[in-house]
Ligand binder design. Structure first.
Ligand SMILES: Nc1ncnc2c1ncn2[C@@H]1O[C@H](COP(=O)(O)OP(=O)(O)OP(=O)(O)O)[C@@H](O)[C@H]1O
Ligand SMILES: C=C(C)CCOP(=O)(O)O
Length: 346
């Protein structure tokens, strides 16, 4: 007989089974490519920030449980590389009961350059340069993904890479058409942490496209209903204009109506609606940058789920990851909280 604590989540008639999560999903995190890579230098990881973010993720996943010793799991290159004396250390080790989490990372300077040069996002897989670009994009983004999985494993997070192209994700006219959610559910139930990423995928209409990590997060949220979603990037949040502009104002709180319209609740500025916000996107960005992030975040808030956008590696991001802001005031926090309208705060 099934464990009564098992919670069926969103199994829709006619759609493929998505499985049953044995415990509620705490959070889905987007590790922005702009945060963990140097976005304007091809294939350059920002090692310091990646290390800090991985440590924050571990701290957040420990929840309020006892502080336990961390044993690094990246020992494929030898125990020393993982910071442990010997792999037999694991014989005596009880892996802590970590909060359930999914990590999705962006491509940053891995993948966007290759995709934009060859036009993978526009489709046409039969065209030789697009096919070659598809291959090059996947080589690039999966090599970043391996580095991220390694960094998480070094922090003792049981992370496993699940590249969308290889795990059943495809699109129709650039919208998610299929995704193997069952595999993700089973991975979470096994106590592992799925690591997905923005990827080059097959598209039923145009042959291929680039599926953004931000869009993947919305789909996962619809299916698996986490308690909250955190987007970590290289700026404190959404500003009323590009943050390089000295007059830019950080939008602290955005409320999303049932019909998808959103308005700025704090601070009270003139451009109080979505249309007033000015956004720039890097020329090589194939997925729409901050603009996509805001519209996906608003779609998530419409589902009744709080979203927090903030700068990776800061105290603000640690608080967001720990869930401290859930339903709480964000007056003393720097970032953008995107919430369903008419939800009373704690
Ligand atoms: N109005 C705005 N508010 C906030 N950021 C903005 C705005 N306009 C432009 N930006 C830019 O958006 C960038 C963050 O979006 P981007 O999509 O690059 O982040 P990411 O998710 O971390 O990266 P990736 O898409 O590679 O995963 C910032 O570097 C910032 O300069
Ligand atoms: C360019 C590729 C391969 C994926 C882009 O994903 P994103 O950085 O999350 O938008």
């Amino acid at each position: 007989m099934e464990d009564e604590s098992e919670r069926p989540i969103g199994s829709f008639e006619g759609s493929p089974p998505i499985g049953i999560l044995r415990r509620p999903l705490r959070c889905i995190v987007k590790l922005g490519g702009a945060a963990v890579t140097c976005k304007h230098e091809v294939e350059k990881i920002n090692e310091e920030d990646l290390g800090r973010v991985s440590s924050h993720l571990r701290q957040a996943m420990m929840g309020c449980g006892p502080v336990t010793e961390v044993l690094g799991m990246d020992w494929s290159r030898g125990a020393g590389a993982a910071g442990i004396d010997s792999i037999s250390d694991f014989n005596e080790y009880a892996i802590p009961n970590l909060e359930s989490l999914i990590i999705v990372h962006g491509a940053g300077s891995f993948g966007h350059f290759q995709a934009s040069k060859s036009g993978v996002h526009k489709g046409g897989l039969h065209v030789p340069i697009v096919k070659a670009g598809f291959v090059a994009t996947r080589i690039s983004v999966t090599s970043l993904s391996l580095a991220i999985v390694r960094a998480l494993a070094r922090e003792g997070i049981p992370a496993v890479g699940m590249p969308p192209f290889a795990c059943g994700w495809s699109t129709t006219e650039r919208n998610v058409a299929s995704a193997d959610i069952y595999q993700i559910t089973q991975t979470l139930n096994a106590g592992l942490v799925p690591v997905l990423h923005g990827d080059a995928v097959l598209d039923n209409q145009q042959g291929c496209t680039i599926l953004s990590g931000d869009v993947i997060i919305r789909h996962l949220t619809q299916q698996l209903r986490p308690e909250y979603v955190v987007f970590l990037t290289d700026v404190l949040g959404v500003y009323d204009r590009p943050p390089a502009n000295p007059k830019a104002v950080l939008l602290r709180e955005i409320a999303v109506e049932d019909d998808g319209r959103w308005s700025v609740m704090s601070p009270l500025i003139q451009q109080a609606t979505g249309e007033g916000v000015e956004i720039t996107v890097a020329a090589h960005d194939t997925t729409g940058g901050m603009e996509t992030k805001i519209s996906e975040a608003a779609a998530i808030a419409r589902l009744g789920i709080d979203v927090f956008i903030t700068k990776a590696g800061t105290d603000h991001s640690l608080r967001a990851l720990r869930g401290e802001l859930l339903g709480a005031s964000v007056d003393d926090w720097l970032g953008t909280a995107i919430r369903p309208a008419q939800r009373p705060l704690r």
